[in-house]
Design a protein around this ligand. Structure first.
Ligand code: NAP
Length: 309
């Protein structure tokens, strides 16, 4: 029996763990993969305060993990399958056991969104990737395509210039969601070229990726672009597969919370990327984690007051 179980060991979950355990609570974090979440596979995080030269995402998250262990957070490396919030003691069913806690913080993060075109699934691991840090080195001296126009696409496109001879950023519009500083840096990089107002219709190849077919939005022209790899960075979807209607979400499946990160269920909070939030960054996830933990402490002390009176 835990005071609080946190689902997910990304920056939000680890921060919530550090705050809650330091506050004297018995804390369990359930995580099905490595601690660190998506941030751990980011090559260089430049905008997390305190690291003027930037910091490798894996190193930063490793340090969060160590700090959580220092304060006594227990890690349960299992996959959450079902939630049962019918009673005040909450139950979490994993692949091998049922865990119980008086409060829950859901910080399961988000995952790369699929493009949904022919060739994407069949060439996954054979030229199609969602992680430049993991797979970029396979494309030394080659041409790669990056799909998307947000910060992830532009920054990972810049990172890929370390390996590839040419990086082609294909974006469906001519303006970007990415920050201007990142876009300018990409425009100034001689290895990067842009294909704008272009929609990828298919990923082409025989056994491995050989290019993409694009549809030019304004001219209607259909063209093929040759490349050895395709990196897809078109946003994320919530890791909410274990939520089966127990918690209110928006239409995309992101959890709805109030300003105190409370969900519609008493004692259940959400933090970080899985929340319906306007900004998904390590810095905002950290803030969410801290707030969720403090709110859980308040909730539990009120619960104790009620049960002892
Ligand atoms: P994002 O900001 O939502 O951008 C997604 C991009 O993909 C948009 O340009 C979008 O085009 C495009 N797109 C979406 N669906 C598409 C489709 N079906 N076909 C083609 N293109 C499609 O996502 P993100 O770049 O993954 O970033 C997610 C969050 O993490 C953001 O809040 C971002 O700021 C943050 N992030 C921050 C940093 C940083 O600050 N260093 C780094 C990485 C990520 P439209 O613009 O036309 O919709």
């Amino acid at each position: 029996m835990y005071d609080v179980i946190i689902i997910g060991a990304g920056p939000a979950g680890l921060t919530a763990g550090i705050y809650a355990a330091r506050g004297g609570l018995k804390v369990g974090i359930v995580e099905f993969a490595m601690p660190g979440g998506q941030a751990a596979s980011t090559e260089n995080i430049e905008n997390y305060p305190g690291f003027a030269e930037g910091i490798n995402g894996y190193d930063l998250m490793n340090s969060f993990h160590k700090q959580a262990l220092t304060f006594g957070v227990e890690f349960i490396f299992e996959e959450v399958q079902k939630l049962d919030f019918r009673e005040s003691v909450k139950k979490i069913q994993t692949n091998s056991q049922v865990l119980e806690a008086n409060a829950i913080i859901i910080a399961a993060g988000s995952k790369p969104r699929l493009l949904g075109v022919p060739g994407e699934i069949v060439f996954r691991g054979r030229g199609v990737s969602y992680c430049a840090t993991c797979d970029g080195a396979f494309f030394k001296g080659k041409t790669v395509i990056v799909i998307g126009g947000g910060n992830a696409a532009i920054e990972e496109g810049l990172y890929l210039t370390k390996f590839a001879t040419e990086v082609i950023i294909v974006h469906r519009r001519s303006s970007f969601r990415a920050s201007q500083i990142a876009v300018n840096r990409a425009k100034d990089n001689p290895k990067i070229r842009f294909e704008l107002n272009a929609v990828v219709e298919e990923i082409l190849g025989q056994g491995k990726v050989e290019g993409v077919r694009i549809h030019e939005v304004h001219s209607g022209e259909i063209r093929e672009i040759q490349a050895d790899g395709v990196f897809i960075y078109i946003g994320t979807d919530p890791n909410a597969q274990f939520i089966h209607g127990e918690i209110k979400t928006d239409d995309l499946g992101y959890i709805l919370t109030d300003n105190h990160l409370k969900t519609n269920i008493a004692g259940v909070y959400a933090a970080g990327d899985i929340r319906n939030t306007p900004l998904r960054q390590v810095a905002t996830a950290v803030g969410d984690g801290a707030l969720a933990a403090v709110e859980v402490e308040k909730y539990l002390s009120e619960l104790n007051t009620l049960s002892s009176s």
